[in-house]
Design a protein around this ligand. Structure first.
Ligand SMILES: *[C@@H]1O[C@H](CO)[C@@H](O)[C@H](O)[C@H]1NC(C)=O
Ligand SMILES: *[C@@H]1O[C@H](CO)[C@@H](O)[C@H](O)[C@H]1NC(C)=O
Length: 340
């Protein structure tokens, strides 16, 4: 392990860990020194990339909040004084009269409360019907940061993920602001500016399963140490910490179950690979061919057996375990959705 890498490690750990966890995490890093080699520098970059992609999610949420504010403002203007009297009880009585005694735009009860709209959409309260509907985000936040750019499946660089989702929404709702028919099927291929991908050499590809296993285990451990690993996976993580033979298997089970979330159908579709693929493509030119190799029968679905095989793991231990965990996990997810 190079000095540069040690510095990078400690800096990254310092960045990620809460103070209470710092000592523990540092010990773990030291314990791992023997297994580390120069390739792990790339792994660290990947962990960093994961955090960047969490930033994207946060920004996506902010974009939606911004958009719903714009929608609300438009409606407040459109609805100024325009409501029939008998509907008055649906307005917030206090806000109907301003502090200066002047009548202000009445504020609607929020029919959008608890409504979730898909990517590129935002909930809008239809003033005429008092119903919530999902509309295309009216405006994405201006992005000047090149790291927010995304490369589409049409190999076109767009300013942000929000723009892609918004355009797709506009085209699919036949909005005149749709830039063109070809945009209907646009999606994000990877985060970052479109570029010429270096070839993944045979040697790099041969080594990739090992790096992927390492990476999965490190990410799982990192999430657990920050209490961000969902409860059903904590036991997997604990076993992985204490039993070396279960390290890679359990990490593989965790990621596969985690990816098979939309929906839980015991198979990981291409679409479900997005969270692992999109942030890594620009950094890891072997991720795309690697994931191809996980789907040898080309049915666009990766079974747990295929996943284990392409990570070069013994598949005996994989199956039963995951079924039981995804079941638990499903309950938890439903709870969260019901509560939201
Ligand atoms: C995608 O676009 C980039 C940048 O314009 C270019 O270098 C690259 O060759 C393109 N890739 C493909 C597959 O066309
Ligand atoms: C570690 O896991 C392996 C594989 O499941 C198992 O055979 C072995 O008994 C475990 N070792 C310990 C110390 O629990």
């Amino acid at each position: 392990m190079t000095l540069k890498l040690i510095v990078a490690c400690v800096a990254l750990v310092a960045l990620l860990a809460t103070p209470a966890r710092f000592v523990q995490a540092e010990e773990l890093e030291l314990e791992d020194d023997l297994e580390f080699d120069d390739d792990d520098e790339a792994m660290l970059r990947n962990i960093e990339a994961k955090h960047v992609s969490q930033d994207y999610e946060r920004e996506d949420r902010m974009a939606k909040e911004l958009a719903s504010r714009i929608v609300a403002e438009h409606q407040a203007q459109a609805g100024y004084g325009g409501y029939p009297e008998e509907d008055q009880e649906t307005y917030d009585a206090e806000s109907a009269i301003g502090p200066d005694g002047q009548k202000r735009a009445p504020r609607l009860m929020d029919p959008c409360k608890g409504v979730r709209c898909g990517a590129g959409r935002v909930c809008s309260a239809n003033t005429a019907t008092q119903h919530a509907e999902c509309i295309c985000i009216p405006e994405c936040p201006y992005e000047s940061d090149p790291r927010r750019r995304v490369c589409t499946n049409q190999n076109e660089t767009w300013d942000s993920a929000c723009e892609v989702h918004r355009q797709r929404c506009l085209c699919n709702t036949n909005d005149p602001a749709c830039r063109g028919e070809q945009v209907r099927h646009v999606h994000i291929d990877y985060y970052g500016t479109c570029r010429d991908m270096p070839e993944c050499s045979e040697n790099d590809l041969a080594d990739f399963p090992r790096r992927m296993r390492d990476w999965l285990f490190n990410v799982m451990r990192d999430l657990a140490s920050r209490n961000e690993l969902p409860e059903p996976y904590m036991e997997l993580e604990h076993e992985a910490e204490t039993n070396m033979t279960k390290r890679w298997t359990n990490a593989a089970i965790w990621k596969w179950c985690d990816l098979d979330g939309h929906p839980h159908d015991n198979t990981v579709s291409r679409h479900e690979l997005f969270p692992i693929r999109a942030p890594l493509v620009a950094l890891e030119h072997c991720i795309a061919p690697f994931l191809e190799s996980c789907d040898p029968n080309r049915d666009h679905r990766i079974s747990l057996q295929e996943w284990g095989k392409c990570l070069q793991l013994d598949e005996d231990d994989l199956t039963a375990r995951c079924a039981e965990i995804t079941k638990d996990d499903e309950f938890e997810k439903n709870d969260i959705e019901a509560g939201a």
